[in-house]
Design a protein around this ligand. Structure first.
Ligand code: CP
Ligand code: NVA
Length: 311
């Protein structure tokens, strides 16, 4: 049977059905268990990676992943490309489509990724934008599935800035039937369009979507507690101001008592210990941050196989 994801682009997870999303997680678990069985699946395939923002995990896990699958990566700092000097995205998309088999891009604007995907004849993967981080969600949901045995019916609480991670949890969680509770300071809520989208998905999946300004309320009975930096890439100039505004939004021992006794702590990393999360939580027994980071490799190998191999 033809793989329905072959040739698709992943901009923000709305491209996937629940079944497709779950099949990526399933494949990620299989690849992790037996990586040798998948060696060579992308033999001869080339992934170009364009970075306009810094990265450690995304850069290394995608490159290691495609090499392990038998392909190769070309890593581009956007500043050194002609796109960085203003060449139209359309021309970049058409030209790159004639050289490589897939493009992963980390940039600011979602519009650039959407235009790249529209004009390219090869899959385009969003490796983080101001509004979305879909690859991180794949790894996070793989980690939750491994640790909790299911995704549907899990309550995930995100505390902090209504940023790209919050949006991606809303979209991914509402797709698979996970309850998503988000607590942010007033004025830092996730964008209304993604909350609406999640609520629409929830009507089908049965998810409960809650957006509040009270961390204790959001954390009640959580299976998973998650946070992210208070000032994302691009917001650095607001760091000091945000440290004051977000002070009550730290995941720490005081807040974690609201969660279930066996709650799991996740953070996409990089983390600021002592800001969005206390040291005892991030380095404590509930934390699975390194398993989560490790799963970036397996989840993205699964994603590349689905998009780039007509299996
Ligand atoms: N979590 C994440 O995307 O990490 P990098 O910024 O290091 O890629
Ligand atoms: N929200 C963070 C995630 C980093 C992986 C940022 O965009 O900087």
């Amino acid at each position: 049977m033809m793989n329905s994801m072959y040739g698709k682009s992943i901009l923000n997870l709305t491209e996937l059905t629940k079944e497709e999303f779950l099949s990526i997680i399933e494949l990620a678990v299989a690849i992790k268990a037996d990586p040798e069985a998948y060696r060579g699946v992308l033999a001869g395939k080339i992934l170009a990676m364009i970075f306009e923002k810094n990265s450690t995990r995304t850069r290394v896990s995608f490159e290691a992943g495609i090499i392990q699958l038998g392909g190769q990566a070309i890593v581009l700092d956007s500043k050194s490309t002609q796109m960085g000097r203003g060449e139209p995205v359309k021309d970049t998309a058409k030209v790159m489509s004639s050289y490589v088999d897939g493009i992963m891009i980390r940039t600011y604007s979602d519009q650039i990724v959407a235009e790249l995907a529209k004009e390219a004849s090869i899959p385009v993967i969003n490796g983080l934008t101001d509004d979305h981080h879909p690859c991180q969600i794949l790894a996070d949901f793989q980690t939750i599935y491994e640790q909790k045995g299911k995704l549907e019916g899990i309550k995930l609480t995100y505390i902090g800035d209504g940023n790209n991670m919050a949006h991606s949890f809303l979209i991914g969680g509402s797709l698979v039937g996970m309850d998503i509770s988000i607590a942010t300071p007033k004025g830092y809520e996730p964008k209304a369009e993604f909350v609406e989208l999640a609520k629409k998905n929830a009507k089908v999946s049965g998810s409960i979507i809650e957006i509040v300004n009270d961390p204790d309320q959001a954390a009640k009975n959580a299976d998973v507690l998650v946070t992210d930096v208070w000032a994302s890439m691009g917001d650095e100039s607001e760091q000091k101001e945000r440290e004051v505004i977000f002070k009550e939004f730290q995941i720490n021992n005081r807040l974690s008592v609201q969660a279930k006794k066996d709650y799991l702590f996740l953070h996409c990393l990089p983390a600021h210990r002592g800001e969005e999360v206390s040291v005892d939580i991030i380095d404590g027994t509930h934390s699975a941050i390194y398993e989560e980071a490790a799963n970036r490799l397996h989840a993205q190998k699964a994603l590349m196989v689905k998009l780039m191999a007509n299996l």
